[in-house]
Design a protein around this ligand. Structure first.
Ligand code: HAM
Length: 442
């Protein structure tokens, strides 16, 4: 006997139907926002992820050497592949590029609630538009997907933050870009580790000031509106270049928040600088979706995304600003399940065809084919067997109608339609079978 690998799921039909439900809603909503579907390889050169995605993801790669001696990796995420694809056609693509993909990703993580070694993501990205209009469009799309699945402002929240703002803030404190990146890496983990540990991890950059700095970071992370953010930051960095950039950044925030309001999604979004995102390529606005808990948020992120304006260029292509998100199926399915928002699995034919022996069975199979071609879900017994068993199968299948091709009916060029609920029967010429069933099934 064999078991599947840890962290990998088997999708029996009921799980597959739930997954298909998610995929249908994802696809329908992305298309309604004018996004076009693309796809990328599951196996990629290892190099695509080293440095580009960041140390955390590289540690989690499923990688190996292929038979041609190439170092390869199962894709842990879609963004680097997308950046390569868009970059390769950067000069000919109509901008803005609005693309979506639904696909599987592989990360060698410790399997636990919300984290597996294979998961599916909806990825939506806009490339070629540097202004906050693109960020607003993506957040609106993400909210529309969540709403289409039945989740509202009481259930989930989009935590919206800004790496650019953080970088300007840290620069105004005198940190260079590399140190600021390191500090942001610690802030990213702040919520999941103790204060003492956070201070210890900040010390390499901030020394004795680490503890005071953390107090200021915590105060910033508690801010929920732009007015409060403005007053908290006013004067930070003074007239230094970073101080001026910080002011300018707040103007971008104003544009983004106004767009989110006008797009009707502001109730699902909150300003929250506690999010900074772990992946190495993020540059500007970043966001994560969480389940709302008692007062605060709960569990693992449902979705995450943000701006990555330099990734395409870093891969060696012309510069192309970009922003996008990945919405995973694992945390999302758990959440929908808990809230009773996943549709029940139903699999029943419209019609069960019951066949008499010999020639009658051949006529029944022809009838089943005609019904299928007309778009009905049709089943019949795969083995010639008595009427009694076939009627039991028909009853067990949940079909609304049985269509019976007995020897007598076939001799008359007819079929008998039985309503499985009322038991009412009607013999109709085979030529009228589709018409009569069409009327009954509506
Ligand atoms: P990410 O935050 O690494 O971002 O993943 C996005 C979402 O995928 C997470 O919020 C989570 O729901 C799901 N996810 C990630 N890893 C796992 C796992 N091991 N098990 C279950 N679910 C998981 C990215 O991947 C970025 N590439 C998203 C993006 C697109 N940014 C710009 N465009």
């Amino acid at each position: 006997m064999f078991e599947s690998l840890p962290g990998f799921r088997e999708f029996y039909p009921s799980e597959c139907s739930r997954r298909n439900h998610l995929f249908q809603v994802w696809r329908r909503t992305a298309v309604s926002f004018g996004f076009q579907e693309y796809d990328a390889p599951l196996l990629e050169p290892l190099e695509l992820y080293v440095e580009k995605s960041g140390a955390e993801i590289v540690d989690q790669l499923f990688n190996f050497r292929d038979k041609g001696g190439r170092e390869v990796a199962m894709r842990p995420e879609l963004t680097p592949s997308l950046a390569r694809m868009a970059g390769a056609r950067a000069n000919s693509l109509k901008r803005p590029v609005k693309w979506y993909c639904i696909g599987e990703n592989f990360r060698y993580e410790k399997p636990q609630k919300g984290r597996l070694r294979s998961h599916y993501q909806l990825n939506c990205d806009i490339l070629g538009e540097a202004g906050p209009g693109a960020d607003a469009e993506l957040i609106a799309l993400l909210v529309a997907v969540l709403r289409a699945l039945g989740l509202g402002a009481d259930d989930v929240v989009v935590r919206l933050s800004d790496r650019t703002l953080w970088m300007h803030y840290l620069a105004a404190m005198g940190l260079d870009a590399a140190s600021a990146g390191g500090v942001l890496g610690v802030i990213d983990k702040m919520e999941r580790q103790g204060r003492d540990e956070t201070i210890r991890k900040l010390e390499p950059w901030l020394g004795a000031e680490a503890s005071d700095f953390l107090i200021r970071v915590e105060a910033l992370a508690r801010i929920r509106d732009l007015g409060a953010l403005r007053s908290q930051l006013s004067g930070h960095g003074g007239n230094s270049e970073a101080g001026v950039l910080l002011e300018g950044r707040l103007a971008e925030w104003e544009v983004l928040l106004a767009s989110l309001e006008a797009l009707g999604v502001a109730d699902m979004v909150r300003l929250d600088l506690g999010v900074v995102r772990g992946l190495a390529y993020y540059t500007g606005f970043v966001f994560e979706v969480f389940e709302r808990g008692e007062g605060e948020t709960r569990g693992r992120a449902v979705a995450g995304g943000g701006r990555y304006d330099h990734l395409v260029e870093k891969l060696g292509y012309p510069a192309l600003p970009a922003v996008g998100f990945g919405l995973g199926d694992v945390v999302l399915s758990d959440l929908l399940d808990e809230k009773g928002l996943l549709p029940a699995y139903v699999s029943m034919p419209d019609v069960y065809v019951v066949a008499g022996p010999g020639d009658a069975r051949a006529a029944a199979l022809r009838g089943a084919t005609a019904l299928r071609e007309a778009g009905y879900r049709v089943e019949y017994a795969l083995r010639d067997t008595g009427f009694g068993r076939q009627f039991r199968f028909a009853g067990g299948s949940g079909a609304r109608f049985a269509v019976i091709f007995g020897e007598e009916e076939v001799r008359l060029g007819a079929a008998k339609i039985r309503d499985m609920q009322s038991g009412a029967e009607e013999v109709v010429p085979v030529g009228r079978m589709l018409e009569v069933l069409g009327e009954r099934l509506g």
